[in-house]
Design a protein around this ligand. Structure first.
Ligand code: AMP
Ligand code: MG
Length: 704
């Protein structure tokens, strides 16, 4: 079965016309196209929303794209209601019944309470519809639920009881309410289902339908919505976040799982409808959590009219547009080395937990002035790990480094400064109170921050976390980075190369860089300069990895299929960056996965990876932005440079000076391996002589 290309989540409303400024309680539409989240659409009226959905259905079906449109209100009423009202068992007869009676004006004024009175009149006793905005109006609709029998039809549907949180479709007022939305929504659905290709799940055969309408309940992803709102300012709009996250979460559900739960609905759903994927709540929450900040479709767009973007500006753009895409998990400390923290961590326990002695010696209370002092010695000793005992005032006790100070001890004298007799010690003052001791919590107090979000967990971090009683940390899952080579001329390492063929050098280099950066390298192989093959490889890769690095074919020539395909996907920008070595970089999203189209030349491919791809991938992985640390050193070379581009020379340090590789040719792989780092020459023209200061960035500063 074909998966859904486009997913819409509509948050419907029974309210009056909403304000022009996006607000809650209006209609919000969340959209994911080919796995890429789009900005939610804000609609002030139901008419506006319906027109937007109709236009989308027309456009997507014309483009051969399969569409799932979900709505957050019940598509049906409890069993028996349809027959009681319409005399038939066809749920669509009820939709038509509402479509014939509901009046809805562009200002949002409508007759839903009058229609509820009509319905209530068909049932004996009060109800089943209840709740109203005005106690004195609509006498046929009770204000409160008390006294309604719910005997002919139940108060709730089977799926409402299973999902356990949604309110009854007979409740027309007081939050959380859904009754008004149903009445104002079914007429719209009744019109939509008559469009070409549209089928309603689970009432109709939906398996082959180009457009499927289904009921959903945003409450299923509530924890993710809370988490998303917590990361945003006070202006965040809950409804907007709900539809955005739910559309993304649905698009990330494995299609087999989704189709399985869609196929397995209980019999009652044929009349009452069912909440889509409510059974997959846990998965939906996980996916929604991972997409708290999805990449925007235009994240690689460049300002219009710019031809050669300066390096700093390109980096600023990447920094401002990218956000973590790697999911999170909680790991025990011993499994967390090299991971990136996904949440701040605070000390569980103080370090040190108790005041203790910093030296081997004798402990007692208070300082001592100049002159000789004699203190009686109590029996025993305090060693590291002993629970603190007590020492009488004026007496001393033997203490060993790290021992918690016994009660009555706050000062320690070094053993070297003491003469010990059998039952007393003698020493010369002065000695300050508190000497040679460490205060409880002088390093960290319980509750102090010990690890910020986005930091790499190093061996030193592990020491601090362990010391402060932290047992587990929430970390990002490793960023999976795929590496793909392109070019007809390439043969893999180990194969026989014919004349005119070259060995694929970029792939092992890029895979190695990824591993050194601390990400998870995924070898995607090589593809020839063939657009169909490349498209297929990108399609499968986008399922497997979080980021793709390609090399070759990134410019704008005939054989530059990477840039051509990304441009075709509509989410690409050809970045002409004022950098040497470097050709245009093709940056784009393929099915929501960022693709860095690197130049084919190995030198340019490596420099562009270090300068652009590395910090960008750091953000995607959940890290902060990485500035490689450079050092000012005297040049051991002469060079004239024109104004315009920022240049990176392969360099190494020799006797405290930076020497550079003899040839600047960007195919000279030997220079990369000869070097220990790069010399960075800024954009202005320069005439460098030996001894002039230059910036040298060791490979180590790039983490390689
Ligand atoms: P392109 O960017 O595809 O025009 O390639 C530029 C140059 O880099 C050409 O000389 C290619 O042969 C070379 N090249 C491309 N990919 C690789 C690779 N994976 N390993 C080594 N050289 C490559
Ligand atoms: Mg090529």
């Amino acid at each position: 079965m074909k998966p859904f290309d486009t997913i819409v989540v509509a948050d419907w409303s029974a309210a009056k016309r909403a304000p022009a400024r996006p607000s809650k309680d209006a209609i919000w539409l969340g959209i994911t196209r080919s796995g890429v989240s789009e900005d939610p659409v804000y609609c002030r009226t139901r008419q506006e929303a319906e027109a937007w959905i109709v236009a989308l259905i027309t456009q997507e079906t014309a483009a051969g794209r399969r569409l799932l449109v979900t709505f957050d209100f019940p598509f049906g009423y409890p069993v028996g209601f349809v027959r009681h009202v319409t005399g038939s068992d066809d749920p669509f007869a009820l939709w038509a019944w509402f479509a014939d009676r509901i009046e809805d004006r562009p200002d949002g004024a409508n007759n839903r309470f009058d229609v509820a009175e009509t319905l209530n009149a068909m049932f004996e006793g009060p109800g089943p519809f209840w709740g109203k905005l005005d106690r004195d109006k609509w006498p046929g609709v009770p204000y409160r639920k008390e006294g309604i029998a719910f005997d002919v039809v139940a108060e709730k549907r089977a799926c409402d009881r299973v999902a356990r949180a949604s309110s009854s479709c007979f409740q027309l007022a007081f939050p959380p309410t859904v009754g008004g939305q149903v009445m104002m929504g079914l007429p719209m659905l009744s019109r939509l289902r008559k469009l070409d290709g549209v089928r309603v799940w689970p009432f109709e055969d939906w398996q082959q339908a180009p457009v499927v309408l289904a009921e959903i309940w945003p409450g299923v992803i509530e924890p993710a919505v809370k988490a998303a709102l917590a990361t945003q300012g006070p202006d965040a709009i809950r409804d907007r976040e709900q539809v955005r996250l739910l559309a993304m979460a649905l698009s990330r559900l494995p299609v087999d799982d989704l189709y399985r739960v869609m196929a397995e609905v209980p019999a009652a759903a044929r009349e009452e409808a069912w909440i889509l994927a409510a059974e997959l709540k846990e998965d939906l929450i996980v996916h929604a959590m991972e997409t708290v900040t999805p990449l925007r479709n235009d994240c690689f767009a460049l300002p219009p009219g710019v031809h050669w973007t300066p390096v700093a500006e390109a980096l600023d753009l990447l920094q401002s547009r990218l956000s973590p895409v790697a999911g999170a998990e909680t790991l025990p400390l011993d499994a967390a080395l090299n991971r990136i923290s996904a949440a701040p961590v605070t000390a569980v326990r103080a370090n040190p937990p108790l005041p203790n002695t910093a030296v081997d010696g004798y402990g007692f209370a208070g300082g001592r002035g100049a002159g000789t002092h004699r203190l009686p010695l109590v029996a025993g000793r305090a060693a590291a790990g002993d629970a603190p005992g007590a020492v009488p005032h004026g007496a001393a006790i033997r203490v060993l480094t790290g021992a918690a100070l016994p009660d009555g001890v706050d000062t320690v004298i070094l053993q070297e400064d003491v003469v010990v007799d059998v039952d007393h010690i003698r020493f010369s003052g002065p000695l300050k109170a508190g000497a040679n001791t460490r205060q409880a919590g002088e390093d960290k107090h319980a509750g102090d921050a010990v690890l910020a979000q986005g930091e790499v967990i190093t061996p030193a971090t592990l020491a601090l976390l362990a010391a402060t009683g932290v047992r587990e940390v929430k970390v990002h899952k490793p960023l999976r980075v795929g590496v793909l080579s392109t070019g007809d001329e390439l043969v893999p390492v180990g194969a026989d190369a014919g004349a005119g063929q070259i060995y694929d050098a970029n792939r092992p280099m890029l895979l190695g860089l990824i591993a050194r950066f601390g990400f998870e390298p995924v070898d995607l192989g090589a593809v020839a300069d063939d657009r169909t093959a490349l498209r297929a490889r990108l399609d499968t890769s986008a399922q497997e990895v979080d980021v793709v690095l390609t090399s070759g074919g990134a410019s704008a020539g005939d054989e530059d299929h990477v840039s051509a395909l990304l441009a075709e996907a509509g989410a690409m920008a050809l970045w002409r960056i004022a950098i040497k070595p470097g050709r245009p970089l093709a940056l784009g999203l393929w099915n929501g996965v960022p693709v860095f189209g690197l130049p084919g030349n190995p030198v340019a491919a490596m420099v562009c990876t270090l300068i652009f791809a590395r910090p960008a991938m750091g953000l995607l992985a959940g890290k902060g932005w990485a500035h490689p640390q450079g050092f000012t050193v005297p040049a051991a070379f002469s060079k004239r440079k024109k104004a315009g581009r920022r240049e990176y020379l392969r360099a190494r340090i020799w006797e405290g000076q930076a020497e550079v590789f003899a040839s600047e040719g960007s195919g000279r792989i030997s220079g990369l391996s000869w070097a220990d780092g790069l010399v960075e020459l800024p954009e202005p023209a320069a005439d460098i002589s030996p001894g002039d200061p230059v910036t040298y960035i060791p490979y180590g500063s790039f983490g390689i």
